[in-house]
Design a protein around this ligand. Structure first.
Ligand code: PLP
Length: 365
């Protein structure tokens, strides 16, 4: 990244040698990202992140085949980048089906089969959920869509760099990824679009990214994305084995020290770095603030809108009791997370939870 900001500062679209040197860095990054997910370089389109890649996939592909039909299907546990795109499309004349989710946090292939219609053009189901880490059966869904001549997109923002992702093996048409989910820079991502699949651009302007995404490329971000992915893949197996061990250790310890704590999702089919626990009778926001005072950064799926706590749409879709959903916390384990940090978290949590439960009107042991 330093090299393209300092010494190789050309614009990849310029014809002169400085531009061509920058273009070589762009081409190299594209080839590297393509190889990482089993794609061809010409199938990779760089974007400003996962959100843009998701928008381009869903709106762009649906728009390109609008003559065939106006029905799209997304799952109810998608990231807002897909969910809100679906709501926007609904308001603009598309028919949108939001697939229900099982209690285990997974979307059933049968529910997709039931939702498909002759007018369905695009389906989008994420590869791994950002709140629960639950891995979705995307290969089976993609096979079903292929059979019916429907395009299949997966938001793999939470999966790339963590579990094996090969677009050819998965049989998918489009895939989104985002650099900051595998320790790359923020504000850069990519969309894989299988050769032959048409996507109408969201941004109009210059002829960058083969006319699918206008605007001078964020070259520092793009080379950073490619390098981060290379490093993440080289360390993936070791990192995931370590994460699986740490995450089981953490869940077991929290549940043995505190009563009425539930894992959202299941122990299997899960990205181990995401641990989503519901603490009965406590608001997630209060836990976040208390843990923050102890130097521990966690998040919750719930959002505080106009003074009221709105439970996570993912947990609600899983049929979890709204009160329990409001007491959910997402613990994200990362490359730097140590067993000692988890022990420290487990050591401070019981007091925090009992103090909050003592003040809670909804906690009835
Ligand atoms: N999709 C998923 C599953 C995510 O977790 C995120 C980010 O948290 C996004 C999309 C959006 O990616 P970005 O922040 O790069 O726009």
């Amino acid at each position: 990244m330093r090299d393209v900001m300092n010494d190789n500062y050309g614009n990849p679209s310029s014809v002169h040698s400085f531009g061509q040197r920058a273009k070589a860095a762009l081409d190299q990054a594209r080839a590297s990202v393509a190889a990482a997910i089993g794609a061809e370089p010409a199938e990779i389109y760089f974007t400003s992140g996962g959100t843009e890649a998701d928008n381009l996939a869903l709106k762009g592909a649906a728009q390109a085949v609008l003559k065939k039909g106006n029905h799209v299907i997304v799952s109810s546990i998608e990231h807002h980048a897909i969910l809100e795109s679906g709501h926007f499309m609904q308001k603009n004349g598309y028919e949108v089906t939001f697939l229900a989710c099982g209690k285990d946090g997974r979307i059933a292939v049968d529910s997709l089969r039931d939702a498909l219609k002759p007018t369905t053009t695009v389906v989008s189901v994420m590869m791994a959920n950002n709140e629960t880490g639950m891995i979705q059966p995307v290969a089976d869904m993609a096979a079903l869509c292929r059979e019916k001549g429907v395009l299949f997109h997966t938001d793999a923002v939470q999966a790339v760099g963590k579990i094996p992702v090969n677009v050819k093996d998965l049989g998918i048409d489009m895939l989104s990824l985002s650099a900051h989910k595998f320790y790359g820079p923020k504000g850069v991502g990519a969309l894989y679009v299988k050769q032959g699949v048409r996507v109408t651009p969201l941004l109009h302007g210059g002829s960058h990214e083969k006319r699918r995404r206008a605007g001078t490329e964020n070259l520092p971000g793009i080379v950073g994305l490619a390098k981060a992915l290379e490093i993440a893949l080289a360390r993936r197996e070791h990192a995931q084995a370590r994460m699986t061990e740490l995450s089981s250790y953490f869940i077991q310890n929290v549940q043995s020290r505190i009563e009425h704590v539930y894992l959202n999702g299941s122990l299997t089919n899960r990205i181990p770095s995401t641990v989503n626990l519901s603490f009965q009778g406590v608001e997630g926001e209060s836990i976040i603030l208390s843990l923050d005072l102890k130097g521990i950064a966690v998040s919750s799926g719930s959002a505080c809108t106009s003074g009221a706590l709105e439970a996570s749409h993912v947990l609600m879709a899983m049929g979890i009791d709204p009160l329990l959903a409001q007491g959910s916390i997402r613990f994200s384990l990362g490359r730097q997370t140590t067993k000692e940090q988890l022990d420290y978290t487990v050591s401070v949590l019981p007091d925090i939870i009992s103090r909050l439960r003592a003040m809670s009107a909804s906690y009835r042991p």
